[in-house]
Design a binder for this molecule. Structure first.
Ligand SMILES: [Zn+2]
Length: 329
């Protein structure tokens, strides 16, 4: 009788059936792991491991030395939460890897992130997509990540994400698409085609918008705005124009000129106001929206939005129809 069981277990193992290959919803909780690849054995604090699995992570705190969240296989949807790749007590802050790792190491993996904060304190990127390292990448299957929102911070200067995409020889199919979110370095190479403007906040975080007008509308004071379709020349200090919007939101931002020193003045809108163009603060000259300004020789040019309050229309009152006097009896 025992032999029959052995046969069944053997068949299940070769077919790839494993325990709990289903659906997991996490609504809240704190998840911590001190598993460190240098102390051994390694392990992400949360790691999906089967292609058929679906994990929906709504909120929670996840901390790990190896890394916080890994999509090793299957589908993951992350709505919110705090994901920290932390240091090891013995090996210091640089031990371990990523805050978010989408690997395709156990079957195909795909991950959608709608929110949350992902932070790596080590000298590693915060996000890693696809793994082609021989002996390390598991099954080398397709690994896709789409980000719609959230914050992604790496202490590694200038690099928040590593994507091993199809173009790299001997690599798994790592694919990364940015549709939203804030990043500690540029992710310009992975933007959805609808996003054409980059905003760099005062704290160095990068975010992306469809147009310069959208960016100007959302960007806080002190931001730098670049039209990615007309970017400054590489390796040069970009010429900038200060745009202020005192009558509207009170903010001041910088718009970078293209490689020829030109900027196209954005069109703005605000409820209750008519947009009257952009006024040169020194000369008083007013330019209409969509004017292409050559600012090559105008360093320190400052222009401000002109807003005209819409008149509150006077609605004429309809005179009431006088009622017919009743017939005298
Ligand atoms: Zn360690």
């Amino acid at each position: 009788m025992a032999n029959v069981w052995y046969v069944w277990i053997y068949i299940l193992v070769i077919l790839g059936y494993e325990y709990n290959a289903g659906k997991a919803d996490i609504y809240y909780g704190t998840f911590e792991s001190e598993a460190c690849p240098e102390c051994g054995p390694w392990g992400y604090t949360i790691n999906t491991q089967i292609e058929s699995s679906v994990m929906h992570f709504y909120n929670g705190n996840v901390k790990g030395v190896q890394g916080a969240f890994a999509a090793g296989g299957g589908t993951c949807i992350i709505e919110n939460g705090k994901f920290d790749k932390v240091g090891c007590k013995i090996h210091g802050k640089d031990a371990g890897y990523y805050a978010l790792y989408v690997a395709g190491s156990r079957g195909k993996s795909s991950c959608i992130v709608n929110g949350g904060t992902f932070k790596s304190t080590s000298s590693q990127v915060a996000i890693y997509v696809g793994n082609g390292t021989p002996g390390d990448g598991g099954e080398f299957k397709e690994a896709t990540l789409e980000i719609n929102g959230g914050k992604f911070i790496s202490s590694l200067k200038g690099k928040v994400v590593q994507v091993n995409d199809k173009s790299q020889e001997g690599n798994p199919l790592g694919d990364f698409k940015v549709k939203g979110g804030e990043y500690s370095s540029s992710v310009e190479d992975y933007l959805d085609p609808s996003l054409k403007t980059e905003v760099v906040l005062q704290d160095g975080m990068h975010s992306y918008y469809p147009t310069v007008s959208d960016a100007l509308d959302k960007a806080p004071t002190g931001s730098d705005i670049t039209d990615l379709e007309n970017p400054p020349a590489e390796g040069t200090t970009p010429i900038e124009v200060e745009l202020s919007d005192k009558n509207g939101t009170g903010k001041e931002v910088t718009l970078k000129a293209d490689k020829d020193g030109k900027v196209t003045l954005p069109r703005m809108s605000r409820s209750g106001y008519n947009f009257g163009g952009w006024r040169d603060k020194k000369t008083g000259k007013v330019y209409s929206a969509d004017t292409v300004l050559n600012i090559k020789d105008q360093s320190g040019l400052e222009i401000e939005a002109v807003w005209e309050k819409k008149e509150t229309p006077i609605v004429p009152s309809i005179p009431s129809t006088p009622s017919k006097p009743s017939k005298p009896v």
